[in-house]
Design a protein around this ligand. Sequence first.
Ligand code: GLY
Length: 370
Amino acid sequence: MKLQCTIPNNSKSYEIEVRNGLLKDLASYSTTLSSRFAIVTHDSLSASYAEPLHNSLKALGNESFIFTFPSGEIHKNREIKESLENQLFEKGLGRDSCVIAIGGGVVTDLSGYLAATFCRGVPLVMVPTSLLAMVDASIGGKNGVNIPYGKNLIGTIYQPHKVVIDPNVLKTLPTADLINGVVEMIKHGLITDHDYFEYLEKNSEKLLKLNPEFLEKSIYDSCRIKKEIVEQDEKENGKRRLLNFGHTIGHALERLSNYLLYHGEAVAIGILVESYMSTLMGILDSVSFERIKKIIMDYKVPLRLQEKFTPDAILEAMRTDKKALKGLPRFVMIEKIGSCLDYNFSYCTQVDEQIVKTALQWMNDDLCRH
Ligand code: GLY
């Protein structure tokens, strides 16, 4: 199943392909872009995915090199990027090379930034191996590294030449990693697509059991929703902010937990608290709110926090959120399943502090285990 992502005023239009078993076609597709390849991956993924690709590329008469770095968000940094750049030059790679990124969000973010700046930009193929990277990180061109001042603060928006998604690779993924992706898929339904949300509602068992047909279709639909948003607002000046639903609070919780909380768990709590704010404001009806709570439970997302973070501490952590205006956080507001308020095309709004505090208190007292 194929999607085409076409961004106005960007000469690059690229394919997102989702198919069980697709990885075996990767080498022959890649040779349409270059004959010199830098495969970037984690040490732990090299034997399963990078080496077979490398061998196929060589067998087809290409030059290919594998570059690895350790897994973990802590390694998505400037030093690793610089070291990879030097290694590519040492192998004689240059403007005519193609970067193939194989891994989760850490690999796709760092490799995207590498490809965007290496010799001022070389072709990039994204091969996401985590569910989160399949439905989110590999699509839409955002890339970057973390610096001591915060996450993803240095980077570019650089669209890939192709996104190659083979759901079969998820068979070896730990459940906690699966949940990171599931929560973004639920979010995609909530912000723009009621039918997709309903499809996810009805099929939680299939996803948790990694049913291949269900994975292929649901990943395809999530990619479709994300790419349609990116096509309308590549630079995140408006509609792309919808993808931040649940993330204003989610990111604050991640930070306060020193990143011990999984991204998906933090965003799931964020989705519920931000939805609760909508109900407190009379925007979202309580039946829809209960459906949102139920789907998060059905997908077995743990709703737990190491401790009760005070509403004041969370408010403080949200002041540096990218949607904040003059130090005050803004939130995406859901009005019904599949639709959010557009607030004159800004797609987010400030919320009375008392409402935010009431919702955060509910999170501590009623929603989360500690
Ligand atoms: N992950 C959110 C975005 O790509 O805009």
